[in-house]
Design a protein around this ligand. Sequence first.
Ligand code: NDP
Length: 485
Amino acid sequence: MTYPTQPQASHYIAGEYAEDTSGAPIPVICPATGDTIATVHAATPALIERAITAAGEAQRAWAALTGTERGRILRRAADLIRERNRDLSVLETRDTGKPLQETLVADATSGADALEYFGGLAGTLTGEHIQLGEDWVYTRREPLGVCLGIGAWNYPTQIACWKAAPALACGNAMIFKPSETTPLSALKVAEILTEAGLPAGLFNVLQGAGDVGAALVEDPRIAKVSLTGSVPTGRKIYAAAAAGIKHVTMELGGKSPLIIFDDADLEDAVGGAILGNFYSSGQVCSNGTRVFVHRAIKEKFLSRLAERMQGAVLGDPLDEATNFGPLVSARQLEIVQDHVARAKAKGARLITGGEVLDQPGFWISPAVFADVSDDMAIARDEIFGPVMAVLDFETEDEVISRANATEFGLSAGVFTRDISRAHRVVAQVQAGTCFINSYNDAPVEAPFGGMKASGVGRENSKAAIAHYSQLKSVYVRMGRVEAPF
Ligand code: NDP
């Protein structure tokens, strides 16, 4: 069955679809069924060259427009995405396996938010004037040039828009390489941007695995690299970008703490733990997968959590009643299965789930482990799947120091009714994005990104502008030049 949203070819270059079947075939597999729903081809060197050339040529004219003109196109694209939300969500669901119930509200819509927000901001970008007696300096906020976006497979539309929107608003061009696991929806973003009036060459999509990404990162004509991916990939790309002294944004992995004090509203805390572990089948970078629960309420928390876990509805992700989908790939299922087996072997108490479903596709039921200790792999490694580790604690100081004892620093959450404690704790946790009595909200108005190994730079908000532009200072002398000879 073909769907109306299916992209017409593998790549998008200079304002149109492009194909070269001599590139290695990449099957696109529907995670819910294991069926191949499309095949794209990896970009060949000739296509990479075409995309970089087209982006470079288009960027100069784009940067010469006013911010308001650029922003108008981005806002039009946001409107088109919202009008087509259902179609785009169906495509995202088939590509990622995430339930339609989620993709309808969290994927294309979040991409549209970014295009709308940065479209609005584009006309407000200014430099500053610095008076120095009679002389003065003014600054110009200039684009970087051709930016490269490399995406992970969990939020393909959102990631493409979160990178493209600020890049384009600032007057850059972008080449985007989606994850080879979920290559389809970035092409639809490109198609919609063209329809909204974006000149050809400003947003290009090239498919391929890590080698295509690496070739792009190394090209001297690429000025900036923005990656959403794992820490090991981040290390490689950061190093390659450093060789060319390129700007980077690194949105990497996490193993975030969610701290639940004994005065927390139990129902909200359980809800926060579910949201922060099982949305998108646990495949969310900022998930609070180390759930520290105060010893006094641990058993009450676990029993209410076990009850609410009965509400997980596994089924056809295109059925809007389904609220828990498959994992994205066979490889991801293997990783999660392995972690579940190791946790059991290490003596963690399985409260519920962790069972692989005997059906096509990559299905495992959401798992909760209690009595987890800090040294177990499920408390240390980013699993990127539906495995919640519940750890208990006694004191505030103890839990803060255990929460920080990780190389990651993406997110953290605190549930408590004591407002002073809430602010005291978030001030001490080493994490770029924190939540008080909530979890995993990601409004475009707020900066998003990690500390420590979880990343460099920030996406969203006004902070992203600094990462997609550079300042030029211009000194203006009003008097004579006094030279020593
Ligand atoms: P990977 O790190 O495996 O891949 C990320 C992207 O980098 C993919 O497009 C991949 O291509 C590409 N890539 C891999 N190797 C190279 C290389 N040497 N040079 C250039 N590009 C390369 O991550 P996943 O796709 O598995 O995504 C999951 C990870 O992403 C998790 O760690 C998660 O936490 C993180 N993530 C972080 C977010 C954040 O904002 N902080 C948000 C979402 C996810 P290909 O896949 O085609 O091989």
